[in-house]
Design a protein around this ligand. Structure first.
Ligand code: IPM
Ligand code: MN
Length: 369
């Protein structure tokens, strides 16, 4: 397999560009250390693209993404574009079309709270003495987000608006396979989250998930209703290993998970399409947190989510697992050494308050050893 790779880099808005600089420097060091190359094509996206060319997702950006092995995404959106029509806003106008266009149906959102950082979690620390490590697998191109019909009409002098929640057996099956496979590489426990006491979609979801489970006899499968799952996540997050769910529930639960993990600045994510014949996926990789306009340009944002997104990209899209592991280890080493960006800093002994660049450099130092 060739080790000369190509990615599209879409830094976007807010803190996107400044954390991207650190992530690309980490990538440079990983390339040199592990002997591969990654050519990058920088493209406009989001509000930056609206300002420059009038569209949140210009055709040139789509073309560059098509010609690449994967997309490294920063973040999009901010107050400047908040008054645009919903479909023209950077978040919806860029993210949803990219997901649909490239068929990125599997969204992996790890929610990790390192034992050293439990203080940053809003969950009572006695409930999570060892932190936790949950992987949310969210279906990303179906369900109520994209179901037709969608719209509004007049009805008896009133106005009604409607969305359609629809899932096919094949859509459920492929996302469940991804989740079971992920569970096989972890603690072999999978929770499927639905609302089968109310929704027809969820009844099918449960049936199909149970059927797929037959191919993964080692994985322990349980089902939770989404309301209960939301409660269990804050009560005992460490009881979860992998969670699989539909688009809307996954949107909500993954944000809850991100919040309880302590800092949005720590969490990467991957959105994957079909697996290729070489075992790799085309995918888009981005921090779980947003563009954080309140701290953009100040050089204090945590670059770790973006750096760990590079690690996920290396693993799932480029087949450079060794480099991915080394980057993840370097992040853990930087945290262990006491480096803390503002979102994690408490002022305790042993902590060093770090800027975006200092955190990036600490990770590079650890990676270079
Ligand atoms: C996310 C975001 C998007 C979603 C929005 C911006 C369309 O909240 O990636 O979770 O709802 O999927
Ligand atoms: Mn969301």
């Amino acid at each position: 397999m060739s080790r000369n790779h190509k990615i599209a880099v879409l830094a976007g808005d807010g803190i996107g560009p400044e954390v991207m600089i650190q992530a690309l420097e980490v990538l440079d060091v990983a390339c040199a250390k592990f002997g591969f190359t990654v050519q990058r094509e920088k493209c406009l996206v989001g509000g930056a693209a609206i300002d420059a060319v009038g569209s949140p997702l210009p055709q040139e950006t789509i073309t560059a993404c098509k010609n690449a092995d994967a997309i490294l995404f920063g973040s999009v959106g901010g107050p400047k574009w908040e008054n645009l029509a919903p479909d023209d806003q950077p978040e919806r106008g860029a993210l949803l079309p990219i997901r649909k266009y490239f068929g990125l149906f599997a969204n992996l959102r790890p929610g990790v709270c390192l034992p050293a950082l439990t203080h940053a979690s809003p969950v009572k620390n006695e409930l999570i003495p060892n932190g936790f490590d949950v992987l949310c697998v969210r279906e990303l191109t179906g369900g109520i987000y994209f179901g037709k019909p969608k719209g509004r009409r007049e009805e008896n002098g009133d106005i009604v608006a409607f969305d359609t929640m629809i899932y096919s057996k094949s859509e459920i099956e492929r996302i469940c396979r991804i989740a079971f496979t992920a569970a096989m590489g972890r603690d072999k426990r999978l929770v499927s989250v639905d609302k089968a006491n109310v929704l027809a979609c969820s009844v099918l979801w449960r049936e199909v998930c149970t059927e797929v489970a037959e191919d993964f006899p080692e994985v322990e499968l349980t089902h939770l209703y989404v309301d209960n799952a939301a409660m269990q996540l804050v009560k005992q997050p460490d009881s979860f290993d992998v969670m699989v769910t539909g688009n809307l529930f996954g949107d909500i639960l993954s944000d809850e998970m991100a919040m309880i993990s302590g800092s949005l600045g720590m969490l990467p994510s991957a959105s994957l399409g079909q697996q290729g014949a070489n075992g790799l996926y085309y995918g888009m990789y981005e921090p779980s947190g947003g563009s954080a306009p309140d701290i953009a340009g100040m050089g204090i944002a945590n670059p770790i989510a973006q750096i760990l997104s590079v690690a996920m990209l290396l693993r799932h899209s480029l087949g450079e697992s060794e480099a991915a592991e080394a980057i993840e280890a370097a992040v853990n080493a930087a945290i262990a050494s006491g480096m803390r960006t503002g979102d994690l800093y408490t002022g305790e002994k042993g902590e060093t308050k770090a800027t975006t660049a200092e955190m990036g450099q600490a990770i590079i130092t650890a990676l270079s050893i």
